[in-house]
Design a protein around this ligand. Structure first.
Ligand code: FDA
Length: 390
């Protein structure tokens, strides 16, 4: 078979950015091998034929970044429509902004907080401090302590504890502090989900971005192909691997890295020129609703809200967390972290292979992190080539 400069496993953001850079900056050829039947990795979206609404196959994707380099880079592949994401939660039957803002607290606890100072004071009264044996304040040791330090017992019990359990099948006390360490709490009315300076949606969706990124004649994409079934036949000078790191080293017979997965239940509603719910994403943190009925899902996504799509129907996806299935979220506990370290050591020793992306690094990457990581690895790997050619 043909020889390529680069073989790239995975046509997600990480692999596509690498291929695009090799093609446009160095004129090098890449063969991308993708086991799914489409490009785009987890960013893949498509138009639902029954409703005409564009939806994402792997959950809502909202682009946000503070990295100027990434923001500049993505301009090349799409027109971007400014969009500031807002999430609502249904708690005790009431709609409240998520993250927690003054309005969240006023609604849930019948408070009348009117200023930043009052909100700070309210939070201070709620927040829990932890001390070590010598009576010194100490840092949080797990996600329960982090949450109690940030929002106190009441908000923790109402929202964070049950939601975390639904998402991870573990209580926050069983998870490392990093899982809940970034709970945003606002001492104002800012209900935006992200605070990055650049927040936008691609006008024609994400898949269109990948079509453009991969359009160079220097790039060949083969879908429906598992790398491990064809690796012996490939001829490449360098390999970029964006799949799960433990699959790459399966021959070692080590334990597998643990992942949390999601299921998406598709629901179409006819005769609905408006919306099913008040926002594109509505979280359901509690284990039961006001009538005591079990709520086994974490959130519902209604894509019609995004980019103001119109249809006489609507479509939404009920999201549930599960074990097994597609690997989405690394489970951050000590056991997995230590196991990953051992895989990472093997990866570093692997000659001629670069491990890129969220699966290869066993790390949750937002889209902008994935892009930045790929751009930086490309720079690093091609440093000498660029010096040689000036
Ligand atoms: P990605 O998983 O996309 O691509 C890897 C590719 O490799 C896959 O297509 C896979 O099939 C392929 N592959 C693996 N093994 C293979 C093998 N053996 N042979 C061939 N191919 C193989 N980010 C954000 O910024 N805003 C958001 O709102 C969201 N929302 C969101 C929701 C959900 C539910 C998830 C799971 C993730 C997000 N993200 C996000 C994160 C975003 O999806 C993520 O940053 C990118 O998809 C990462 O791209 P990668 O290319 O690293 O992995």
């Amino acid at each position: 078979s043909k020889e390529y400069d680069n073989c790239i496993v995975g046509a997600g953001l990480s692999g596509s950015v690498i291929a695009e850079n090799y093609a446009t900056k160095l004129g090098q050829t890449s063969l991308i091998i993708e086991k799914r039947n489409h490009i785009g990795g987890n960013c893949y979206d498509y138009t639902d034929t029954e409703t005409g609404i564009r939806v994402s196959l792997f959950g809502a994707h909202l682009f946000h970044t503070r990295h100027e380099r990434v923001w500049e880079y993505v301009q090349r592949f799409s027109e971007w429509v400014p969009y500031e994401h807002q999430v609502l939660g249904i708690v005790n039957g009431k709609h409240v902004p998520i993250p927690v803002t003054i309005d969240t607290v006023n609604t849930l606890f019948d408070e009348k907080i009117a200023s930043t100072e009052e909100m700070d004071e309210w939070l201070k009264k709620e927040q829990v401090t932890f001390y070590d044996e010598d009576g010194e304040e100490r840092e949080a040791e797990n996600s329960e302590e982090v949450a109690l330090m940030r929002v106190g017992q009441r908000l923790y019990d109402l929202m964070f504890k049950p939601y975390t359990f639904k998402q991870w099948a573990k209580y926050p006390a069983e998870l490392g502090p990093e899982v809940l360490s970034r709970i945003p709490v606002r001492n104002n009315h800012d209900g935006r989900y992200f605070s990055d300076p650049h927040q936008a949606l691609p006008k024609d969706g994400y898949t269109a971005i990948f079509d453009k990124m991969l359009s160079s004649p220097k790039i060949t994409v083969v879908t429906n192909t598992d790398y491990f079934e064809v690796r012996d036949k490939l001829k490449c000078k360098r390999l970029y691997y964006t799949g799960p790191v433990d699959s790459y080293f399966a021959d070692l017979g080590w334990a597998k890295l643990e992942y949390r997965s999601l299921s998406f239940e598709r629901v179409v509603k006819d005769n609905t020129p408006g919306y099913f719910q008040q926002a594109s994403v509505v979280n359901h943190p509690q284990a039961t609703d006001v009538d005591g009925k079990e709520v086994d899902f974490t959130r519902i996504v209604e894509y019609k809200h995004l980019l103001n799509q119109t249809s006489d129907k609507t479509i939404y996806f009920i999201e549930r967390s599960k074990d097994g299935g597609e690997p989405y979220y690394p489970v951050p506990n000590d056991e997995n972290k230590n196991l990953y370290k051992r895989y990472q050591e093997m990866a570093e020793k692997e000659e001629g292979v670069t491990f890129v992306g969220r699966l290869a690094n066993y790390k949750y990457f937002n889209m902008d992190d994935a892009i930045l990581n790929a751009l930086e690895l490309f720079d690093k790997d091609t440093k000498d080539i660029k010096t040689a050619t000036g």
